[in-house]
Ligand binder design. Sequence first.
Ligand code: PLP
Length: 460
Amino acid sequence: MKTDSLVTLDRNHLIHPVVNYRAHEQRGVAVLESGQGAYLRDSNGNELLDAFSGLWCVNTGYGHESIVRAAEEQMRKLPYATGYFHFGSEPAIKLAAKLVELAPASLQRVYFGLGGSDAVDSAIRFIVNFWNALGKSEKKHFITVERGYHGSSSQGSGLTALPVFHRNFDVPLPNQHRIPSPYPYRNPVGSDPAAIIDASVAALRNKVQELGSDRVAAFFCEPVQGSGGVIVPPKGWLKAMQDCCRELGILFVVDEVITGFGRTGPMFACEAEGVTPDLMTVAKGLTAGYAPMGAVLMSEAVYQGIAEGGGAEFPIGHGQTYSGHPVSAAVALEVLRLYEEGGLLQNGIDQTPRFEEGLRSLLKHPLVGDARNRGLLGALELVADKEAKTRFDPALKLADRIFETAYRNGIILRAFGDNILAFAPALCYTGQDFDRLFERLERTLNAVLEQPDVRRALRY
Ligand code: PLP
């Protein structure tokens, strides 16, 4: 079908995630047609270096034949097997065991869903069930971190602490609360790591005290805040939050939907700090985006609490038709093999210094106020005044201009509304791919800086 016809059909019928509907109708869709390695091709024949792994998910890169074969073989053999009525399939069972082997030692049981949002939603339901099962039914309050993202389900969107996900959606709910983000670049306590960690621990302690620890169910956090602008907390932050939760008697839930599967270096970001959460949510890199799948992993204690609470008579009323989908599970098993035996995890670790150096080298650019990363998850924050860290006037729509210019220069990046540029290159990136990325990125920043109103907005 011709691109023009697709654009018209899209404009008339397809609702896109997290866009301004009117702006999308006006702009029209950009149709992506094929991908190979770190590169995408659009329907106009433009080749684009994907610096965002789709939506921080295609960690393997595109075009892996072995993943396609795994899906094809499973589809041919058994395209669907329900998990209801005590049925199961080999790939789902093997995958659960493999995830338990790879995940922090505290996590022993796995429930599969379709992506990150429903993994978070399942986690919420399991937590509510757990506390009720234990007879602590007053434990109903959830605490998250400002600028955190935990998906857009009807409850998860309230744990998400980004205004766009709340506006006109009647969330957060009265039992959903937040503490400040450990944002090193813009933290009222300054950039000293120990001070940032102490401030977060104190904020969590105060919030739990204010609500009453017998009323708080759980604390959710991301090891690196992704959609909030790639906010990298100091090393030791995650462990300190875990210790605080344990002391206060609330469940500690780590959302590794972005940070899992080599994105920050190790298989899971929890590993770097020896963190052992009560629950952990994963998705994205689990299947590298080749098929939809997410999961919530839980400790034996949480599982046993729910199982005992269910008694001998009733099923635990949580399920989805596609929980443990055999094709997605077969894809995930092959993707995990590529991370480990295929050397992708190691390549990600080996390439991280090149990525870091490229980001840091742009700190000298007039538009760039901060450069940060953990592993192959990074960001540049653009400011009008480097000293005062002043943000650009939103009326400039700088993020849109950067995105469009980057696209014309052959790169896809994420440009957040507050002028944070996010990068999540695939773990298959080579040194040459990084050279190309940073050359095109610098050209993009220079071109935008040439625009007279942008230059005028700069204060230096
Ligand atoms: N949790 C985190 C930390 C995420 O980054 C995301 C998505 O970006 C989600 C949950 C939701 O995942 P999904 O978009 O697959 O529903």
